[in-house]
Design a protein around this ligand. Structure first.
Ligand code: FES
Ligand code: FES
Length: 945
């Protein structure tokens, strides 16, 4: 018999009475049941701080506090008791104003935690703030932390009476030109007050009669399914149905072709919604349980039995391409696509006689995205007859197509709405969980909801592809590069999803900004039994810069030239071409990036020198990079603008907002495009991310949204203003438009079909240009290595970037700090190897606040992009391109250890130090990537397609 208890609690200054299961219920669950959903549940294991509340004056993580450990009459404060939209607390206002909010999922926990800090210490130093958040395990994946510390410091001033609320509030009426302003995002107030409803909050607020789902996932990486026994699970209390592959109504295949037009390769992998014949990774969905409660669904899921024939698992690319390896995907070889690059003289003819040559083999890891919010999905038949899916998709149209194909529903029968989303960074382009919930709705004919526990989310979701690369680089006596070659294998995991898009970047982004006169390179795509791989900020760029920016430093050292000078000497100048034999767009920007970074580089070098004199192991690193903008010639975007009866405007779009600021982007573009009408931010409403009501603006990826949606908005605004304009050049009112029968709503369109871009790289030569513009950056940092433990700490970091004319400064700075913090994590700690123990953000190496420097600088150079909206391009992926390599190069500078295989965890650095003590160096052996590099390129030359 279930026994409950009644407890009196003082919550946000009011006595409340709760009924709870003292053994099972956590305080977080009870608070959320009361409707206080500002207390978020992310990890549910005490490692993210999203559930922070104050109990009897102490900040605690409420997800791990069982109700049996909450005393009667405890005094509890949640985010709802700190301030309201009508009466914001200084902390909430500061978070809004200083960029503390992006996706906002961590925000309530941080603000509550900061409230606890300032109650104890009204005048903390920045270091004390950082230490507080570290010790209370408040983790933010979006902001890079610096804006959060800025927010606390600003709020503390107000609370001490040294500043006013007005001082820390951005006044929208003060904006003369919205473009380039610090206007906060429209969703910030709701997020700061804990009132933004994310997926799991929506689940709690749905009407009765909803089926709760639990997924049964594979716990082994490779197996043949003999049978799935669901009988015991079917008999469990509250179970409606247990579904397996036979219950999927469509093709049961989520994958789109791995090989995009003009690529060399074979076939289409099968990415099942529910595994049918085979398991290809830990995290494949094997069965789906629907029950009356989440608890019942989860209990029944435990009873599903997987009868499997275990097969050999290839967790890395070199294993999967061994000559005797078994084929992982039906009809698709393990090594399933390739792209060569040939430019200039064959480097093989140059290397032997070159004055300076370096070579190495490099590995970049499967990086997990680690948003604080796990995946949540609701789906139901709408009153309009559409199957409505509420989820985190950042590619609504593609997700609808994937669900349609795999679940057997016409696309025009599907409506997709994006919930407020607690971070994605790319994983939410995948549709595997959406298709699962749709399958349940189809089978049960009732609304269904799924909230994945973090461990399952981490195993089920896609990751950044890993790479294994062999590379060489040569220069002449003057330090001018004369030849390069690299053979890069993309370890793309279980399925081919987006492989084609990531893949080509490996042979177009490498050595970005330099003049490499002679190069040959090969990119290979390979299937393994690791997680399936998907989009992640900078897709393909961090992987290839791991090789090229290491080789640049290694060659500079070999030639005896300072790494800054070496890079500067090798910059592309007018007349030079990129590795795809195309002219660069902005020759004047590359030297600017290095020049802007130079004072910081010199300062860090002087500090490192002084530190070394005291016996510290300080080092300075550099990297140069950048990334493309848009998905190339096939890219297109639409938005709509409507004049409303009250004279305001509505902007309709699917600029998916994963926390990067789709809302402030759309608002900024609309106000700017309607500038001739004198429109203010408060006069524009946003209708976003609902496929029924919004035109298709395309996916939020490839740093394309600001560029594409911006150009489409200009088109919509021009059409609307043309319609409103009277012969005397004044503008019609809504009433006048209606009276004259003139439409008040216009679709704006922008595409790249006819701007001269080819559909991709030439599959035989690697020649060609894929993108209309690029972003550029150079990075430097100062690190310290603890030679006892091998641990690296980044002390200072500065990036100089050109991301075009800035639309919203708060968002762009936010993307910079956030992307750089992921880059530092990628360099030092983040990893995912498809192991069961990698079940939360801590186990996967997410950086805490003290792992990210507070001395963190972003320097902007704003050159106008000719075809960009108001001179803009994109920004996000610039900050997660080569940025990690400044850290890796700094480690070498600090202690002499070059880490060839990321991340540079303490054990690797320590092993390198031990080897140096023995007078050795750890040099990885050349990777075997399936076939001989030279022979493969000769074969491609002899067999053009
Ligand atoms: S610490 Fe409680 S949800 Fe993460
Ligand atoms: S804003 Fe902190 S996790 Fe997204």
């Amino acid at each position: 018999m279930k026994q409950l208890t009644r407890l009196a609690l003082v919550i946000n200054d009011v006595q409340r009475f709760v009924i709870c299961d003292p053994e099972k219920d956590s305080l977080a669950v009870v608070l959320r049941r009361l409707g206080l959903t500002g207390t978020k549940i992310g990890c549910n294991t005490g490692v993210c701080g999203a559930c922070s509340v104050i109990v009897n004056g102490q900040v605690i993580r409420s997800c791990t506090r069982k109700m049996k450990n909450v005393a009667e009459n405890s005094v509890i404060r949640t985010i709802e008791g700190i301030g309201t939209p009508q009466n914001l607390h200084p902390l909430q206002q500061a978070w809004i104003t200083y960029g503390g909010i992006q996706c906002g999922f961590c925000t309530p926990g941080f603000i509550v935690s900061a409230y606890g800090l300032l109650s104890e210490n009204p005048s903390p130093t920045r270091e004390e703030v950082r230490e507080w958040f570290r010790s209370h395990r408040n983790i933010c994946r979006c902001t890079g932390y610096k804006p959060i510390v800025d927010s606390v410091m600003a709020a503390a001033k107000v609370m001490r009476g040294e500043a006013t609320m007005a001082d820390i509030t951005f006044d929208p009426d003060s904006v003369k030109d919205i473009y380039g302003s610090y206007l906060p995002r429209p969703s910030a107030v709701a997020k700061a007050c804990g009132l933004a409803d994310y997926g799991d909050d929506i689940k709690l607020k749905m009407p009765e009669g909803v089926a709760h789902l639990a997924v049964v996932i594979s716990k082994v990486p490779h197996a043949r399914i003999i049978s799935i026994d669901t009988s015991e699970a079917e008999a469990c209390e509250g179970v409606y149905k247990v579904m397996t592959a036979k219950d999927v109504k469509g093709t049961n295949n989520l994958d789109s072709p791995a090989v995009v037009p003009r690529q060399r390769g074979t076939g289409l992998t099968l990415f099942p919604v529910l595994a049918d014949e085979k398991i290809n990774r830990i995290g494949d969905a094997v069965a789906l349980v629907a029950a009356d409660t989440e608890e019942h669904a989860r209990a029944a899921a435990e009873k599903v039995k997987q009868n499997l024939e275990i097969l050999p698992a290839y967790k890395t690319l070199p294993e999967a391409v061994m000559p005797n390896a078994i084929q992982l995907n039906k009809g698709v070889p393990n090594f399933y696509m390739e792209q060569p690059v040939f430019k200039g003289q064959d480097p093989s003819e140059i290397f032997d006689d070159a004055p300076h040559v370096v070579e190495g083999s490099f590995h970049s890891q499967h990086e997990p995205h680690l948003p604080i919010e796990p995946d949540t999905v609701q789906a139901y038949w709408g009153t309009d007859g559409l199957l409505t899916i509420q989820c985190k998709s950042q590619s609504i149209t593609e997700s609808i197509a994937a669900v349609s194909q795999s679940c057997g529903i016409p696309t025009d029968k599907i409506r997709m709405i994006m919930n407020t989303t607690g971070g994605s960074f790319g994983y939410a382009v995948s549709s595997n969980t959406y298709a699962l919930v749709v399958t349940a709705v189809q089978n049960l004919d009732m609304p269904c909801t799924l909230t994945l526990p973090y461990a399952e989310f981490n195993h089920m979701s896609g990751k950044r592809s890993a790479t294994f690369t062999n590379g060489r680089l040569a220069c002449d006596e003057n330090g001018k590069i004369i030849a390069a070659e690299y053979d890069v294998g993309l370890d793309h995991g279980a399925y081919g999803e987006v492989a084609g898009k990531i893949f080509n970047n490996l042979v177009s982004i490498g050595f970005h900004g330099y003049n490499i006169p002679n190069i040959k390179a090969l990119a290979r795509g390979v299937a393994t039994n690791n997680a399936f791989n998907t989009a992640y900020r900078g897709f393909g760029a961090p992987q290839i810069y791991t090789t090229t920016e290491a080789l640049m430093d290694m060659l500079a050292e070999k030639a005896g030239i300072d790494p800054w000078e070496f890079r500067y000497r090798n910059l592309a100048r007018p007349g030079d071409t990129n590795i795809n034999s195309m002219p660069y767009y902005d020759y004047e920007v590359y030297p600017k990036m290095l020049e802007m970074i130079k004072p910081y580089y010199d300062k860090y070098k002087a500090e490192a020198e002084a530190g070394r004199a005291e016996g510290r192991h300080l080092g300075v690193g550099l990297s140069m990079g950048g990334f493309l903008v848009t998905i190339g010639m096939f890219d297109q975007a639409e938005v709509a603008l409507e004049l409303m009866p009250d004279g305001t405007f509505t902007h309709y779009n699917t600029w998916e907002d994963v926390g990067q600021g789709g809302d402030i982007g759309a608002l900024t573009h609309a106000v700017k495009a309607l500038e001739p009408l004198g429109v203010k931010p408060g006069q524009v409403h946003l209708v976003m991310n609902d496929s029924k009501t919004c035109p298709d603006t395309g996916l939020a990826a490839a740093s394309r949204s600001h560029y594409m949606a911006g150009n489409a908005t200009i088109d919509a605004a021009n059409k609307l203003m043309d319609a409103m304009r009277k012969p005397d050049s004044t503008y019609r009112t809504y009433a006048e438009m209606v009276a004259e029968g003139i439409p008040t709503k216009y679709i704006g369109h922008y595409d790249q079909f006819n701007i001269g871009l080819p559909p991709g790289l030439n599959p035989n030569t690697g020649e060609g240009e894929k993108n209309p513009t690029y972003m550029y950056n150079a990075n430097t940092c100062l690190v310290e290595v603890d030679v006892e433990t091998g641990k690296t700490k980044v002390l200072r970091y500065t990036t100089a970037c050109d991301v075009g004319v800035i639309g919203n400064r708060l968002s762009v700075e936010g993307q910079a700090y956030g992307g750089l913090s992921h880059s530092i994590g990628f360099a030092l700690s983040e990893n995912y190897n498809n192991e069961l123990r990698e079940n939360n953000i801590a186990a996967c190496g997410i950086p805490q606040i003290t792992d990210i420097p507070d001395d963190f600088n972003v320097l902007f150079h704003e050159s106008k992009r000719p075809n960009g909206p108001h001179g803009s391009c994109g920004c996000s992926e610039c900050f997660q391109s080569s940025n990690h390599m400044a850290v890796i190069n700094a480690i070498k500078n600090a202690c002499g250890v070059r880490v060839f295989a990321l991340p540079a965890t303490p054990d690797k650095v320590k092993a390198g130090l031990e080897a140096l003590k023995r007078g050795e160096e750890i040099i990885p052996e050349k990777y075997y990537l399936g076939t001989d590099f030279e022979e493969e390129l000769d074969f491609i030359k002899a067999n053009p397609i």
